[in-house]
Design a protein. Structure first.
Length: 196
């Protein structure tokens, strides 16, 4: 992340995202596939690490293998196979976008870190080693089981997360960089999907 000053002089925290150039690797139409969509490829992949079917897919588009393929339905900009999509064609400064990514994995965590439980606070009145424990988890002998969805310890993070309505603060078209206001899911270098 970084920060820049906007037109009013306020310091705005931003995330720097490299968003292109993206190559059109497939065009789906109502006649052939039943719906209109466009598939974009991003990031260079080695040919030796690409499967034969994927290589044929990229050869049709007359492009090198890509690391990430994403399909966008009802893409408004008319494009054909092998065309390049740049950020200035799709985004403008001030637009609001949704960003989809995989959150950082934090491993197996307890209920305090995973769900924000507070524990018992001070260890008075006979409490022993219960500060970060979940407490009671079920009812009596009537259901005789733990209900589904009970908040318990477990794997935290490493899930698909969608951040809604992040504003595009600035575009740097010569470097294919978008500055988005606020934070986005995932670690540095992870792949994101930006939806307008």
């Amino acid at each position: 992340m970084t920060s820049i000053f906007d037109a009013t002089g306020r310091n705005v925290a931003c995330t720097v995202v490299e968003a292109g150039p993206c190559i059109v690797t497939q065009v789906k139409t109502e006649q052939t596939d039943g719906y209109n969509a466009i598939q974009l490829g991003f990031g260079e992949a080695k040919l030796k690490n690409t499967t034969k079917p994927a290589s044929g897919h990229f050869d049709k588009a007359n492009t090198t293998p890509k690391r990430k393929l994403v399909e966008f339905r009802d893409f408004n900009i008319p494009k054909s196979l092998g065309d390049t999509v740049t950020i200035e064609e799709v985004f403008n400064e001030g637009d609001y976008v949704d960003v989809v990514g995989t959150s950082r994995g934090k491993g197996f965590q307890g209920v305090v870190k995973r769900h924000g439980f507070k524990g018992v606070g001070d260890a008075s009145h006979g409490q022993h080693n219960r500060q970060r424990a979940p407490g009671s988890i079920g009812a009596s002998s009537d259901p005789s089981r733990v209900m589904k969805g009970m908040k318990m310890a477990g794997q935290t993070g490493n899930k698909r997360v969608k951040m809604l309505s992040l504003s595009v603060v600035r575009l740097l078209p010569d470097k294919n960089i978008i500055l988005l206001k606020g934070a986005v899911p995932g670690h540095k270098g992870s792949y994101l999907i930006i939806e307008k």
